[in-house]
Design a protein around this ligand. Sequence first.
Ligand code: PEP
Length: 257
Amino acid sequence: MTTRTPLMAGNWKMNLNHLEAIAHVQKLAFALADKDYDAVEVAVLAPFTDLRSVQTLVDGDKLKIKYGAQDISAHDGGAYTGEISGPMLAKLKCTYVAVGHSERRQYHAETDAIVNAKVKAAYKHGLTPILCVGEELDVREAGNHVEHTLAQVEGGLKDLAAEQAESVVIAYEPVWAIGTGKVCGADDAQEVCAAIRGKLAELYSQELADKVRIQYGGSVKSGNVAEIMAKPDIDGALVGGASLDSDEFVKIVRFRD
Ligand code: PEP
């Protein structure tokens, strides 16, 4: 049986300037330093303007905390005002990049084709994409949440070789549960995460599907994380609001304590 190291990632969204980011990561590092957290991987997805500061801190103090960006351009460089490229993120030694977050899909009209191009851009430059998928409320109410989410997985991974797909992280984030305080029940989250793993087995192989980490995201807090993490197909959490409070995020990371 494949063991998958849980990935607890904080998505800061458009919060924390670079000074606040330094203070925040220092607090996380201090709070997690007394234990060996090799069993859980911790990452922060910071605004672009914070990444250099976070890199300096992580490199300088040899912290185990990983970091990454919340978006990536599909292009390597050129006349794309306001965009940040894969080579730029790679130069900052980012490990991860979120791709296709529902706020990007909603406010920036990112389609599955755009998301797929960004996933490929991430791999091209040695970054691991966290591919975000999940349904809106009306889709869930119509009972089409599994079908909808699997189509996003398939679209996001289109034409991606197995050597790349085996390291992807998929975050199942029902849109109606993001930032709303409405948590998807652990059984409901497990249903979709298991279906995502099934889709990966269909697209690639069972062996590959067993390696891929699938996170749940949507109003995760210290009070509900253990129940969610107890599910067999959930291998971590993508945490938005609660990741901005360092004490709360540390409690989420320490869900096993
Ligand atoms: C997110 O931004 O990916 C997220 C899950 O947010 P929240 O935890 O605030 O619902």
